[in-house]
Design a protein around this ligand. Structure first.
Ligand code: SAH
Length: 196
C-alpha cells in the first residue's frame, strides 16, 4: 500500500539540523497557515488564556499569533537555529536556561513569559516537565515523525493533553510512491488507530 512504501524511511535529527543550516526549509510558511485561521474557533472553543502546544515547532509564525491573542505557547524543536530565528524574526527578547530534567536540553523563553520553546527531542518531554495542554497545533509534526515512531509520538501527545482539549492536525494526502517524505503519508485509518 501507499503507507507501506514509506514504513522503513528514517530522517535523522542530524538531517533536520542540516536542513536548517542549508536553509532548506520549504515547509516554513512566512504567512502562517490558512487552516489555523479557518479552524481557530475549534481550537479555542470559546476559551481564553489557554496553554497551547506546538510539537516539532520549527519557527512557526502561528506561535506568535496565538501568544498575541493572550494564550500561553509551548513548543519543542531540535534545531536551536530555528528557535533563535523565531525570536529574532519577531524581534522578541528572550532568555535561555538549561532544563534540569533533560541533559543537554535548553528552554528559550520570551521575556514576556508567554512563549517557551524547548530545544530537545520531543521524545525527551513528559507531562511532568511541560505540564498538560488545552490545545495542540500539529502541522508538519505527525507527518514529519518517522513512520516507525508514530505510535510513540501519539502516545506521548495523548499524555500531554488535558481531558477537554482540542487537537488540530494537518495531514497531506498524496501518492506515496512518488515522494519518499517528509511529509509522510498518514492515511486517515492510521490517524484513527493512533488517536482513537
Ligand atoms: N511545525 C513547523 C515545522 C515543521 S518541519 C511548521 O509548521 O513550520 C518539522 C520540524 O521538526 C523541523 O523543524 C525539525 O527540525 C523538527 N524535528 C524533527 N524531529 C524532531 C524531534 N524528534 N523533536 C523535536 N523536533 C524535531
Amino acid at each position: 500500500s501507499d503507507a507501506e512504501s514509506q514504513k522503513e524511511r528514517v530522517v535523522t535529527e542530524e538531517e533536520w539540523l542540516q536542513k536548517w543550516e542549508m536553509d532548506n526549509i520549504g515547509f516554513h510558511k512566512e504567512q502562517g497557515h490558512p487552516l489555523l485561521q479557518k479552524y481557530l474557533d475549534v481550537l479555542l472553543n470559546g476559551r481564553s488564556g489557554l496553554r497551547i502546544f506546538f510539537p516539532l515547532c520549527g519557527k512557526a509564525v502561528e506561535m506568535k499569533w496565538l501568544a498575541d491573542m493572550g494564550h500561553n505557547v509551548v513548543g519543542v524543536e531540535v534545531s536551536e537555529q530555528a528557535v533563535k530565528e523565531f525570536f529574532s524574526e519577531h524581534s522578541l527578547p528572550y532568555c535561555e536556561e538549561p532544563v534540569p530534567e533533560i541533559s543537554g536540553a535548553k528552554m528559550f523563553q520570551s521575556t514576556s513569559g508567554n512563549i517557551s520553546l524547548y530545544c530537545c527531542s520531543i521524545y525527551d518531554l513528559s507531562s511532568s516537565i511541560v505540564g498538560k495542554f488545552d490545545g495542540v497545533w500539529d502541522r508538519g509534526a505527525l507527518v514529519a515523525v518517522n513512520p516507525c515512531d508514530r505510535q510513540r509520538y501519539a502516545s506521548l501527545m495523548i499524555n500531554l493533553v488535558e481531558k477537554n482539549s482540542s487537537y488540530l492536525l494537518v495531514t497531506v494526502l498524496y501518492d506515496a510512491n512518488k515522494h519518499k517524505g517528509p511529509p509522510f503519508y498518514v492515511p486517515e485509518s492510521e490517524i484513527k488507530s493512533l488517536f482513537g
